[in-house]
Design a protein around this ligand. Structure first.
Ligand SMILES: *Cc1c(COP(=O)(O)O)cnc(C)c1O
Length: 355
């Protein structure tokens, strides 16, 4: 028998979450973001479950080519743009869309033979990662407009879309730049889709919402109508009984203050569970909530089963997913759902299920 850990992927939840996004932004087309191996869920698996999307966004040319070869005909956007001039030839050959975000992208476009290409010209409205500054942006758009066979969409990305005060200033900057052109626009990530309808424009770019995790620290995924897609499951593989004063795991971080029954779960940081999760991080055993005790090790973690005398070796464990939102585990561990989902390691088998 294989080690009992597995990540179940609920394909129906992916398509249901896409519908939630559509209902939230009914006048926009949806560019489903499936970068980072679809936030850890499997690129192709997610693309098929999200095939009703109007387009996809990835980072790697190879991922985009794979999608084309699998028959996906929608626009596919390379979110970090071309890394080398030659990438633009491949992008044209596979009818990909490319983010244009720096000066040499403009030059690569201009020196090449005229070729049909969709470009998303990116404005830096305060994130200060990718994109043309407000003073350089008009020149970038004008130079792309001068090229034959080039279709242009204007885009930006918010640094604080998850905060009420995070939208207005960058939105005004973008609107001031974009209003000079009658061109389609794309601004909104998951947080802006839910919190700022005025940013929806022509294309929304949901990522995390599709995977059933909340982009907000203070609004749960279920309150947004989202369903968890990944459930990370394992089992109790050993039980220990600690006397008062005994400890469990490396560094003896957890010390029993009363007689404590401890379940050892086959899941550790080499599976992608966060090593920095503190004592008290929630874990479900036999459907009941209990707490992590002791340091997470490479292949195992420990939970308190004192209150669950019926749960022993073989008891089913949910690390996150059904019944335990990944955002709660992430919050306890001082990170965000995005990081936990992306960090699931290749050694964890993924199993698809319909609903
Ligand atoms: C990753 C990404 C998104 C999706 O963001 P979420 O917060 O996961 O919805 C959208 N746009 C860009 C440019 C991105 O890099």
């Amino acid at each position: 028998m294989p080690r009992p850990i597995r990540a179940e992927i609920a394909l129906g939840a992916l398509s249901a979450n896409l519908e939630v996004v559509r209902n939230c932004a009914p006048r926009s087309k949806v560019l489903s973001v499936i970068k980072a191996n679809a936030y850890g869920h499997g690129l192709m698996r997610a693309a098929h479950a999200l095939r009703a999307s109007d387009g996809f966004a990835v980072l790697d040319l190879n991922d985009a080519v794979l999608l084309r070869e699998q028959g996906f005909k929608q626009p596919i956007l390379l979110l970090e743009g071309a890394f080398h001039a030659g990438d633009l030839n491949a992008a044209a050959a596979y009818s990909l869309s490319v983010v244009i975000h720096r000066g040499d992208h403009l030059r690569w476009m201009e020196v090449a033979d005229p070729r049909p290409l969709n470009v998303f010209v990116k404005a830096n409205t305060g994130m200060n990662r990718l994109g043309f500054s407000p003073s350089d942006f008009p020149d970038a758009v004008d130079r792309m407009s001068a090229l034959p066979n080039v279709e242009i969409t204007l885009m930006t990305h918010f640094s604080r879309a998850d905060e009420p005060a995070g939208i207005d200033a960058p939105l005004q900057t973008f609107e001031a730049l974009a209003s000079a052109y009658a061109l389609p626009r794309s601004l909104a990530n998951s947080a802006a889709i839910f919190s700022a309808p005025q940013t929806h424009a022509d294309w929304v770019r949901p990522g995390i919402a599709l995977y059933g995790s909340s982009p907000f620290a203070t609004r749960s995924a279920s309150a947004l109508g989202l369903k968890p897609v990944m459930t990370l499951r394992s089992e109790v593989i050993a039980v220990q009984t600690l006397a008062v004063g005994e400890t469990v795991g490396y560094g003896a971080r957890f010390r029993a203050e009363r007689p404590t029954r401890v379940g050892v779960v086959a899941c550790g940081y080499a599976d992608g569970y966060p090593r920095h999760a503190p004592d008290g991080t929630p874990v479900l055993v036999s459907g009941e909530r209990t707490r992590l005790v002791g340091r997470v090790s490479m292949d195992m973690l420990c939970v308190d089963l004192t209150g669950q005398p019926g749960s022993g070796i073989g008891a089913p464990v949910v690390l996150w997913g059904d019944g335990l939102p990944v955002d709660e585990v992430a919050g306890a561990a001082g990170t965000i759902g995005y990081e936990l989902l992306c960090a699931v390691m290749p050694r964890v088998p993924m199993v698809e299920r319909d609903a």
